[in-house]
Design a protein around this ligand. Sequence first.
Ligand SMILES: Cc1cc2nc3c(=O)[nH]c(=O)nc-3n(C[C@H](O)[C@H](O)[C@H](O)COP(=O)(O)O)c2cc1C
Length: 465
Amino acid sequence: MPDPFRHYEGVPVLDLPADPPVPETPTLDVLRGVSGATSVADGPSFLSQLLFYSAAISASKRVESTGYRYALRVNPSSGNLHPTEFHFLTRGLRECPDGLYHYRPSAHMAEQRALGHIETRASHHEAPIVFVLTSIAWREAWKYGDRAYRYCLHDVGHAWQALALAARSIGCDSFAIGHFPDDEVAQSCRLHQDEWPMLVVELRGPSIPVRKPCAHETIWHTGHANRLSGEQVPYPAIDDIHNATKLSQQPWHILSPAEPPSTGSGEIKLPPPASSKRAFGDVVRNRRSALDFAGGTQSISLAQLSAILAATTHPFHADFASVRFIQLYLYVHRVHGLEPGVYRFWPERSELERIKHGDQRVAAAGLSLGQDLAGNACVAFSMIGDIERAVRAHGDRGYRYVHFEAGAIGHRLYLAAEAFGLGATGIGAFFDEEVHRYLNLAPEHGQVVYHFAIGYPVRDPRLDG
Ligand SMILES: Cc1cc2nc3c(=O)[nH]c(=O)nc-3n(C[C@H](O)[C@H](O)[C@H](O)COP(=O)(O)O)c2cc1C
């Protein structure tokens, strides 16, 4: 197993002050696009608050039989393997030298890799904070083989939303850029060869404490990235698909508009969403993936389901996300006021269309690689991605965007569920073709890209505290 933490040896660090203030805006409001505020007035405190509520360690688990203890973070990750790294550039942040930093979650500090101004080559606008989210595919591949590439993409989608929503909760806007020349961004950030840039996220807004940027020349610190494992097994299919989805030719920044998704309707109009006042800071620090769900008879209300689904529909701010590529299919097991069955969600009209009747518990678990949690949940999901439409608009790069969107929707589902005191789990392991057959999906309807489950979580004995 490769080291789950990247760090740069021999570089200065920027200490991020401990105990940043809790973002108090209700989670469901943040998910609806409401901006919060922050009381911090300097760059390091702002970064500390942003990262503490998006990427930091938030809990630990202990394996009873071995005593081995490991860390869990605010952002979820398949197998807790965390292939995503957070690098960021700052320009004109108060009390913070302009430069390129790498976030070190194990110590909640920022490693300063370079001082001065660095161009990302991904955007032409100057933002005071620009994140470059990267993937280390080897960190997933040693366990999941070729399928790991998809998990890396989902993971980036989760990390992006974790960052974008934390930013919004403290009063700033974000814009994600997926369309950039990969090798140029990797070079400008001097990334280690095992690390690939995946998404650039710019942050702007009046709450960011800024000063006048200085025009310093760039000074690189000589620190180097730690080696993650003694040996590395090659996964040529992952390299091939990554290379096929890379952009290198000019003009890389022109994104053609994608065709809009098809619209439809259903016989069930969702009721007004239930409300929850749970603060964003509280929800994100306590969010966990459920090991399993309680099963039994306890159900969620249709109004809660309505709120959870509504949380997925608010716009994403990204160059590739002006139209959606994902449609949600629900396996309803126990939702008060809704017959068990399979439903398709039509977001424009807030309607559900029933496409199968009857108990779906065995089917949902079976399709999710026999994982009981998808049957014991109150509701499980298949996210169906229209990869063909994405590829028609964006070429092979579209494959990444569909998976980023799935991860981002999953992240919103996690937070909305947690806001109601429910549990949730992202499910990357499922039988692709069987899902297509079960849902009667013709190729033009799309492909399954992610599964998800929400319900009443069982206690995880490994969780500390
Ligand atoms: C893309 C993705 C796929 C996942 N797939 C599964 C899965 O198939 N089965 C499962 O039990 N958990 C799955 N998880 C949950 C992770 O195991 C969980 O996020 C991780 O252990 C960290 O725990 P935390 O979410 O509580 O921080 C997945 C999570 C993500 C983000």
